[in-house]
Design a protein around this ligand. Sequence first.
Ligand code: BGC
Length: 747
Amino acid sequence: MNHSPRRSLACLAGCLLLSSAVFSLPAMAQQTSTHAKGPWMDTTLTPDLRADLVMKEMTLDEKIALLHGVGMPTDDPVTPENAASNRGVGYVVGVPRLGIPGIDMSDAAYGVRSSGVNGRYSTALPANVAAAASWDPDAAFEYGALIGRELRAQGYNMTLGGGTNLTREPRNGRTFEYLGEDPVLAGTLVAHLIQGTQSAHVIGDIKHYAFNDQESGRNSVNIHIGKRAARESDLLAFEIGVEQGHPAAVMCSYNRVNGDFACENQYLLNDVLKKDWKFPGFVLSDWGGTHSTEKASAAGLDNEEPGRFFFDERYKAAVQSGAIPMTELDDHVHRILRSMFAVGAVDNPRQRSVVDPFAGFETARKIEESGIVLLKNEHNTLPLSAAQIHSIAVIGSHSDVGMISGGGSAQVDPIGGNAIIPPGKGATHWLEEIWFPTSPLKAIQARAPGAKVTYDPGTDPAAAAAAAKSAEVAIVFAYQWESEGMDLPSLSLPHHQDDVVAAVAAANPRTIVVLESGSPVTMPWVKAPAAILEAWYSGSDGADAVGNVLFGSVNPSGKLPNTFPISEADLPHPAVTMPPPASEHFSGPVSPEQRAAGLPPFDVTYDEGVKVGYKWYDAEKKPVLFPFGFGLSYTTFSYSGLRVEKGQTIKATFTVANTGSRAGTEIAEVYSALPAAAHEPPKRLVGFTRVKLEPREKQTVTVEIDSKYLSIFDEEKNDWTLLPGVYTLMVGGSSQSLPLKANLTVQ
Ligand code: BGC
């Protein structure tokens, strides 16, 4: 659903102070106060039993009320039903008389969504793709935990974060919200992120289930994909997320999959999610993603968001007429209630307080520091030595005042508004570039106090080249903005930035390029600059993180979670498949009446199947610009002594040594080739670990491999099968640098 333009926000600390007064609204008190003393409030009972007990007391209307939201409080006027909400994007009223609070939802992909309008700012973490580049489950937990704490502090008890779609189409405008192209990496990280969020008693969610891998025509696109390919790719990421993260909720997506909309898709919801994965939680529709009453309910949709067209009066009538059995209604209600009990949302009522958004800066900076990827570093140009540099030209991308962020429903409001708009006038609007007030120019100046640091906006290649020529070192920032509701026209840098980078690099041999992007970018100039850093969308304190990496107080350790191709021509689908030109259903809002009447589908066939990302380039033998899993360090690492054992579990043991003179962290990656009879791409990621090493230190590490990650999905058996044969395990520092190999024979 498109969201209406946000109202402007223009206040700073004043809002925070003012807001504490505003927060003692009676609505909140009414929301959290409960006189319910029923047996379901006994915290020693299981969530399922508690749900059963409370359901015995509920009327039909109270049950139906849990099946739908009451609109989007952000945009709607205050009504008696939504008055207790925190004015986020969704609200389910709950059953206050029985002590069941309302479910108060906010988007929270990389921080609590645009709540600056209410004077309640939050921390912007680096984009999810940056967290994925850290390959660090603990960092993902911290990421989720910070979001959970800030949601609670703002008064919410449910997140709408947890984006898990694979980067099957890197021009997808939401690539920044997701966790890369590999199901084991994305699934492991989202599981930890959700655990973090739910540790704050906030209802966790993973989305958009499933195959919402492009934004173009997302409301009606019909994705075709075979079962085995589906289970081994995008669905595997969700499977790991559900099994290891135990999210309370899963959001089904807008698109169709093999003919049926995801939110009324029997295969996706009931067969796979609820039966095969034993998901005990509830499924809520994406905003305006419900298309029917009986079909959706029977297929496994539990909750319609944000409104109540299909799952309110129509639903009640269907129950009363017997068209929907009471047991089906009860199953939906049970899932919602047991999830609320399971995460502690009932026992730990939210207490609205004032978020200190500055308190999150350190976490945001640290995650960014571990997610920045050093792509190139000729002649050890980096790190810069402040003592030896007399002049630096900083160029491009508003790097004098800020760094870009990802847009759409993920958008977090910068404190004080958009940094590129004069102070006091900063506003955030849907489909508009929002820059965070974190200034690379200032961060660089602070780290090189003795140097003359100049700024050029990078809008004219000749002027930028002249600025670069007059300095010892040129640091050129280049960006590509993306957002929900659009796909990128290409992977090229927009606004003639390729020309600027090329001109700067031609003028100064010590040119460093810093990229701010959510998706991979193509680099026709890649040979020219001495160094290239990928900084992604860097969050509230991105400039300090970039400064620390440039000047070496942080040794970069991030690795690419997405392949950077040489050109779009190398992608499985060289052009994004667009809806027919006359289609009104691009990605904007579609009314429930239109949805009930049916939307004309357009078909996209994922004939690359399981070959997503590096699996595609490997199988097609296509060279790439920078491979999946690649990233340099200021030190060097060597690998030795791989041993693979299969007992109860499969273990790969090997030694990593720091062969350089700086402390550093290496992400060690374990891949496997399957026996030829499996007919799989040449290799797949099966495990990884981060190894922190002092200079000259070495460590022997063991990576445990889930046998599912070595298995194929057998459609006949509807299960994973570990085929007999020889598996070649490969270990190293990127998908294309795997010095260690060992065979494992499965009988
Ligand atoms: C997005 C979801 C988001 C929801 C609520 C939809 O348009 O696809 O990711 O959670 O809106 O804002």
